[in-house]
Ligand binder design. Structure first.
Ligand code: PLP
Length: 398
């Protein structure tokens, strides 16, 4: 492995920003008190948590009182869905999609086993939802619709405002997992119809193990973690002060970098994507080219394994992700690509590159220099890249 890592896996996690680390350090060294203590040494920290709450709220265009801190995006998603189901015990139906992150998808599968009815909406070959299908899925029995803002694998953005407004007309609480979009797309909860929104610190240059849930004022929600009086009784547990302060700082910085995410970062993503698609044969883009996060590109390379590509990229010091779940041992293509109907020959060879503001043009040059030869090398030894099989494949969907 090279000393320098070209890190193109920012949808998996991000580097902690230097300013975030600096902001956190005093709370790990000197300011280690408990914010609930009567004495000033601990009690003074409550004000620092409130400052972080204001910083998070500001990025979302929300009121500070509408934010609770959690331990991660997964907890925020669980808190939203389980909290609504508990608040509306008479309603037994959930609407979600087939392409959610496991934080929502696995929870919904669990709830199905518990007797809830779950409607999982499909997507088309570009990863887009059918709004009419969403509308038709809502019933008087629907407690919550949980639809992600941007997909972690493809970056495809769902029209959450439109969906939330439809949900409102049917009296259905609307939750969105915005873990991938916060800090990359502008949000304005004051003008939004979304009731609940999840975010996670480690996707926007804060540390792992801290998240937040936006709860629109007036939304009925039972606490998920029941215990102490923290977070005004909405989430028990002594506050992770250092990480909360870090999340606040990260949100403050993210607000300043929103334009850069959508200009410089997007331009680098576009150059990487365009060059790959135009120079590497049998490569295709997964996901709608327009409605997409500015930092993400998911590209399938026909007739090669994504895992093999990742391994060779990793040897060259380039970190990316693949769309197949090798951890299961089955090398099943990702549920997202399967839901999109990506052809088998291409679903296995998918690679996700996700950029951040820390990437440079030199990172893109280096990746482009390495990627072409890697694909060529793998195809040369792939039994699937014989000409006869190539002809037999179904047409890839753009
Ligand atoms: N939701 C989405 C869309 C994600 O991408 C992730 C993390 O990959 C999560 C939820 C889970 O967040 P966390 O790792 O903070 O639990």
């Amino acid at each position: 492995m090279k000393d320098k890592v070209v890190y193109l896996d920012n949808n998996a996690t991000t580097r902690v920003a230097d300013e975030v680390l600096e902001a956190m350090l005093p709370y790990l060294r000197e300011l280690y008190g408990n914010p609930s203590s009567m004495h000033t040494f601990g009690g003074q920290l409550a004000a620092h948590i409130e400052k972080a709450r204001e910083q998070v709220a500001s990025l979302l265009g929300a009121q500070p009182s509408e934010i609770i801190f959690t331990s991660c995006g997964t907890e925020s998603d669980n808190a939203a869905i389980l909290g609504v189901l508990e608040a509306y015990p008479q309603k037994r139906h959930i609407v979600t999609t087939r392409v959610e992150h496991p934080a929502v998808r696995t929870l919904c599968a669990h709830l199905k086993q518990k007797g809830y009815r779950v409607t999982e909406l499909g997507v088309n070959s570009r990863g887009l939802l059918d709004v009419a299908e969403f509308t038709a899925a809502l019933t008087d029995d629907t407690a919550i619709a949980s639809i992600m803002h941007a997909n972690n694998e493809t970056g495809v953005i769902f029209p959450i405002e439109e969906l939330a407004r439809i949900a409102k007309t049917r009296g259905v609480i609307f939750h969105t997992d915005a873990v991938q979009s916060v800090g990359k797309l502008p949000l304005d909860m004051a003008r939004s119809a979304v009731d609940l929104l999840s975010l996670s610190g480690h996707k926007l240059h804060a540390p792992k193990g801290v998240g937040a849930l936006y709860i629109r004022r007036g939304t009925r929600l039972r606490p998920f973690i029941i215990g102490g009086h923290q977070e005004r009784g909405r989430r028990g547990g002594t506050e992770n002060v250092a990480s909360i302060v870090g999340l606040g700082k990260a949100c403050e910085i993210a607000q300043k970098f929103l334009v850069e995410e959508n200009t410089r970062v997007k331009a680098m993503r576009d150059r990487l994507e365009k060059t790959v698609l135009s120079t590497i044969p049998d490569s295709l883009l997964n996901g709608d080219p327009e409605n997409r996060l500015p930092n993400t590109t998911n590209i399938s390379f026909g007739y090669v394994e994504g895992e093999a590509i990742l391994l060779l990229l990793s040897r060259a010091g380039i970190a990316a992700s693949s769309g197949s779940a090798c951890t299961s041992g089955s090398l099943e293509p990702s549920h997202v690509l399967r839901a999109m109907g990506v052809p088998f020959t291409h679903a296995h060879g998918s690679v996700r590159f996700s950029l951040s503001r820390y990437n440079t043009e030199a990172d893109i040059d280096y990746t482009l220099e390495n990627l072409g030869p890697i694909i060529q090398k793998l195809r040369a030894i792939s039994p699937f890249s014989r000409g006869d099989l190539k002809v037999a494949r179904s047409e890839p969907q753009r």
